[in-house]
Design a protein around this ligand. Structure first.
Ligand code: HEM
Length: 439
């Protein structure tokens, strides 16, 4: 059998350079684990995600939609260009691809070891079960959902009052309030004020972004782990720490950091959803009507608005898988250990595949008849799908409910979220600010 690099699916050196400079480097520059404010501002100004998707579209038009193989710095990489291949890799043949790819492993070594994304085989399966049990992945609402909702709405009320008093809201105030809620949900009221934990986490996340390049900082890691273990030991009733399953083989201090850094993505998605609702009056009116008649924990339309925010600006722009063992593509063999790169904005914003690709269209998450797009994967898909998805949607909708019920928001920054225009491909959450008045 021919190898894949002997077929037409091999990128030329010029094409490989384009992928590296226009897709991979800018995404890493913005920060994969932790976003960098200055880079995000620059990326928004240059609309870097547009250049990235445009590059992949040109490659697909020229070479077809089979994966495009390249070998930068000796690493075998395949760029995924077809939705059906996204489904094949993540869902249909998921057992032939592992999320424990080399880059992820290098990034996550900055945290306490043995998190589920950086391990393989039996360990990975045990850890995945552990996350699913604690986060109650299979349930629409966590059994502590009402408590989590009350905690988050309480923070939203405080934030709303502050915003009305000052007449404005920026990312940093939103982030502070979000983290107070997030720490309380994960560890209980004893962690409500522990900003130091979040600061240490953020520094480790910034190190993790440099993956292979950054040396490890054992002292920083030790301080973080010490604080984390102290919070976990308390196992406060009503917190996720108290819901951790007893499993002697899985160390919670190795798993919970993943929740903490993922909670940052949730804050970004919620804040951008707020901006979408501030600028799109029809969708906002639908949300307000839903909130007026609803005291339940679930607000389906608002939930769809958050999902739509994650589609328009995915917080996991690169989903990576390494092939385990030899795989065959179009009759040609692909070596084991090849990294398959799924650049999600390319699929989420593909106007050749989906209607309303560049519009804020929450309804598409609710229409049972709308065609399911296998490339729309803000929470990934298959066995590696985010086990925290329902929890995220509960917390983000609670935050937004609390804010929208008491305040009116108008975007106060030069980002163009105009319903009559295609939405920008890059949205800098750090630079977003609102004018706020009481409702
Ligand atoms: C808007 C917020 C979030 C988004 C968009 C998101 C998205 C994702 C995605 C795309 C993956 C899979 C990556 C892959 O397939 O390689 C993932 C994995 C994961 N997420 Fe989330 N996530 C979010 C928040 C959360 C939260 C708040 C938690 C926990 C409290 C969480 C827990 C996890 C865990 C444990 C994994 C690893 C799963 C595994 O190893 O199989 N996520 N998330």
């Amino acid at each position: 059998m021919t190898t894949i690099t002997e077929t037409g699916h091999r990128a030329s050196s010029g094409e490989a350079a384009q992928v590296l400079t226009r897709v991979v480097a800018p995404t890493i520059g913005m920060g994969v684990i932790s976003r960098r404010p200055r880079m995000m501002a620059l990326a928004q100004r240059l609309q870097m995600d547009w250049a990235a998707t445009h590059t992949l579209r040109r490659l697909r038009a020229r070479n077809g939609d089979a994966p495009l193989f390249m070998r930068p710095a000796g690493r075998s990489i395949a760029i995924v260009l077809a939705e059906s291949d996204v489904e094949r890799i993540l869902v249909r043949e998921a057992d032939r691809f592992t999320p424990a790819d080399a880059e992820e492993h290098a990034a996550l070594r900055h945290f306490p070891p043995h998190g589920s994304l950086s391990s393989r085989g039996t360990n990975r399966a045990r850890q995945r079960e552990y996350h699913e049990a604690a986060l109650e992945t299979g349930r629409a609402t966590h059994h502590l959902g009402a408590t989590f909702q009350a905690v988050t709405e309480h923070e939203a009320r405080g934030l709303g009052e502050l915003a009305v008093t000052t007449g404005g809201l920026d990312w940093w105030d939103f982030d502070e309030a979000w983290w107070r809620a997030a720490r309380t949900v994960v560890f209980g009221a004893g962690a409500h004020r522990d900003r130091r934990l979040t600061e240490l986490l953020n520094r480790l996340r910034a190190d993790a972004d440099w993956a292979f390049l950054h040396h490890l900082r054992p002292e920083r890691r030790r301080r973080f782990e010490q604080a984390l273990r102290a919070h976990l030991r308390r196992a406060e009733p009503g917190s996720l720490a108290a819901a951790l399953p007893p499993d002697g083989d899985v160390d919670p201090a190795a798993q919970v950091p993943h929740w903490l850094f993922a909670l940052d993505a949730a804050a970004i998605v919620a804040y951008r959803a707020l901006a979408l609702l501030a600028t799109h009056s029809a969708q906002r009116d639908t949300v307000l009507a839903e909130l007026a008649g609803n005291s339940e924990t679930v607000s389906p339309y608002l939930r769809a608005c958050v999902e739509e925010s994650a589609r328009l600006w995915p917080t996991t722009p690169m989903v990576l898988r390494d092939s385990v063992g030899e795989t065959v593509w179009d009759g040609a063999s692909v070596p084991s250990g090849t990294g398959f790169l799924i650049y999600t904005p390319f699929f989420h914003r593909d106007e050749t595949m989906r209607e309303h690709a560049h519009e804020f269209a929450p309804q598409s998450w609710l229409d049972e008849d709308a065609p399911r797009r296998p490339g729309t994967i803000p929470f990934s898909a298959g066995p590696g799908r985010c086990p925290g998805e329902n929890l995220v949607l509960l917390l983000t909708t609670s935050m937004l409910r609390g804010l929208l019920r008491q305040c009116r928001f108008a975007v106060d920054t030069p980002v163009h979220l105009d319903p009559a225009q295609p939405l920008p491909m890059t949205c800098d959450n750090f630079g977003l600010a609102f004018r706020v008045s009481a409702r």
